[in-house]
Design a protein around this ligand. Structure first.
Ligand code: URP
Ligand code: ZN
Ligand code: ZN
Length: 620
């Protein structure tokens, strides 16, 4: 890059008109040739990085996970030896700390000081394998802080998972559906919150890997808003597919989606809102302060909801089932005979808690809006939420289809949500900086390896694909869906990881002096994801059949064209190990220093004591 460059003869010119030119993707979370739960992941450092390049990712960060009784340094050397000769693009390493002792602490220091390691991952799950308990987490976080490194956690409550697993197996639930049932959202969110609290107390920067649920994302967001130095990563898998796959009738299909934390079989907007409305009506009890402030309003508010339901001939019990509600809407022609599109209006959540004014929020139509209302209510704000029959009865998926005439009839504001499940929720958080980074957690096992858990879901090796499709999935669900700006796409797929792991500005940006890791992205070209055509070694693709807009037409790895007009030309061993130095002052430790609390006692002088005694005497 530069001005007035002298271009040598024979230089190839790539015409990028009409395309986006952006820094190559950085996938901060892969597990190539990873030994886990009795199996070794099938994408090795060659196949895995080759697939990464095919998808527009020009750098990956993998995890060194020590074997039982292997030291951190030995494990690190083992990974370097294997990866150095195979990688098709640059790579760095995080190191997992799976036990605690003075020796581990020393080795962490050596890794930071002599081997360019800047981040350590601790597991709050995988009990009896990798899990650390709180006192050990505190020690590891303190060690990271001392070394200027970043602590990373796999946040799930391992004790609860063990308990639930036993209960489920005893009850005869052995299939992959038991995986999610044994570790539901709150088991993840609890651990995220606990990790944030511990990190905040020892003032150590924290990076939460694979945030997989709404409540976990909320916990990250809340910690950030409290001022903690916390970063949240979500996965291509969490954005591109969901946990309904665990109930798939084909065992192989269901098991292929097993990873931890699991995908969430999220209820859709309609049922969330239905439940909320049902609970709201059921739990409604006037309180004294309520009455004092707003007797009139309460009556009006509740009458209004009741009237609404009465007018629409919906009873409370009808609301508890989404199916009933759907058919009810149909049978009463609530939806189909609406002569005009449902009335727009009504939807601003002005939570006037500070002026203590009761508030009735009309026409709630999204999960996040509903979340705000219920969380504010639980904080004691006098607040009522209303939703609409149209919102609870149908969603926008068919209504906004090919038939414009028909589609118009459903136009309303806020709009019907075509799909407001967890994936959308996470994308929204990524777009709005509730989460900062997207990884893949690529850890792929073939059908016969997954079959290790044929009779016991807790033995299914955990992990899915994503290193190849991460960029396309985030583009499709974020930018193509209109939720995310292209610039934010670059931030969450590349720049933020570079900044957090101290690779910036060498990586994560196109600038003078940066590595020439560049992607020419064609937003108009489409492709359909399939295991039949993917580069990865694994025999299954969790995004099978997904049509994505946005294809890397050229991928330039350190100045070398490795995807050329969509043709892959990756080179075995072309990449290098890149250090991720500690003491990342510019992007991480500046946040820590800002909030460093130096405990101070109260300074008391003799003179002040004397003055005080005189004052006392004067009063007497
Ligand atoms: O299921 C997963 N995520 N497998 C890889 C190991 C880990 O916990 O990241
Ligand atoms: Zn993990
Ligand atoms: Zn992982």
């Amino acid at each position: 890059m530069g001005r007035n460059l002298i271009i040598p003869g024979g230089t190839r010119i790539i015409d990028a008109r009409g395309k986006y030119v952006m820094p190559g993707g950085i996938d901060p979370h892969t597990h190539f040739e990873c030994e886990l739960m009795g199996a070794k992941s099938v994408d090795d450092f060659y196949q895995g990085t080759k697939a990464a390049v095919a998808g527009g990712t020009t750098m990956i960060i993998d995890f060194v996970i020590p074997r039982k009784d292997e030291s951190l340094l030995e494990a690190y050397e083992r990974y370097r030896e294997s990866a150095d000769q195979k990688v098709c693009c640059d790579y760095s390493l995080h190191v997992a700390v799976t036990s605690w002792s003075p020796k581990v602490k020393e080795e962490m220091a050596t890794l930071v000081k002599e081997h360019g390691i800047g981040s350590f991952k601790m597991f709050m799950a995988y009990r009896d394998m990798f899990m650390l308990r709180d006192p050990e987490l505190i020690e590891t976080f303190k060690a990271c802080k001392e070394l200027g490194a970043i602590a990373m956690v796999h946040a799930e409550n391992g004790d609860i998972i063990a308990e639930n697993t036993k209960r489920l197996l005893d009850a005869g639930v052995t299939g992959p559906e038991g995986h999610e049932m044994s570790r539901p959202e709150e088991v993840e969110a609890e651990a995220v919150n606990r990790a944030c609290v511990i990190a905040s107390q020892v003032n150590c920067p924290l990076y939460i890997v694979h945030v997989m649920s709404r409540s976990a994302a909320e916990a990250v967001d809340a910690a950030r808003r409290r001022g903690a130095c916390v970063f949240g990563e979500t996965l291509a898998a969490a954005i591109g597919t969901d946990g309904t796959n665990y109930t798939h009738k084909c065992w192989k299909h269901a098991a292929a989606h097993v990873l931890s934390p699991p995908l969430r079989p999220d209820p859709d907007t309609s049922s969330v809102l239905l439940n909320m409305l049902a609970n709201l009506l059921k739990s409604y009890k006037p309180t004294t302060s309520d009455t004092k402030i707003s007797g009139w309003f309460r009556e009006l508010g509740m009458t209004s909801i009741k009237t609404y339901l009465e007018l629409n001939r919906i009873s409370l019990s009808d609301l508890s089932s989404r199916e009933t509600s759907r058919s009810l809407c149909k049978s009463t022609n609530l939806i189909h005979e609406t002569p005009k599109p449902p009335k727009p209006g009504l939807f601003f959540i002005a939570l006037r808690d500070s002026v203590n004014c009761p508030l009735y929020v009309t026409a709630l139509s999204s999960k996040s809006a509903a979340d705000v209302v219920s969380s504010k209510r639980s904080e004691g704000v006098v607040l009522f939420g209303e939703t609409l029959a149209s919102t609870v009865g149908i969603d926008g998926s068919e209504q906004y289809g090919k038939d414009i005439e028909k589609g118009r009839r459903y136009v309303t504001s806020p709009p019907l949500r075509p799909d407001s499940t967890t994936p959308t929720y996470l994308i929204e958080h990524l777009a709005q900086d509730g989460l900062q980074v997207t990884g893949s957690d690529n850890c792929t096992f073939n059908a016969e390896q997954k079959a290790l858990g044929k009779d016991d879901f807790s033995k299914i090796p955990n992990g899915v694909n994503g290193v190849e499709d991460r960029m396309s999935v985030v583009w499709e669900k974020g930018v193509h869906a209109g939720i995310m700006e292209p610039t934010r796409f670059v931030a969450v797929t590349s720049t933020n990881a570079a900044k957090i792991f101290n690779l910036y500005p060498r990586k994560g940006v196109i600038a003078v002096g940066s590595d020439a890791d560049i992607v020419v992205w064609d937003p108009n070209r489409k492709r359909t994801i399939s295991a039949q055509t993917h580069v990865q070694a694994v025999d299954f693709n969790i995004f099978e059949g997904m049509e994505v807009h946005g294809v890397p037409e050229y991928v330039i790895v350190e100045g070398r064209v490795c995807v050329d007009e969509c043709e892959l030309k990756a080179v075995h061993g072309f990449g290098k190990f890149v250090e991720t130095p500690s003491q990342n002052i510019d992007y991480v430790y500046c946040l820590i220093e800002d909030r460093e609390k130096r405990p101070r006692g109260v300074a008391r002088t003799e003179a002040e004591a004397k003055k005080h005694a005189e004052e006392d005497a004067a009063i007497a």
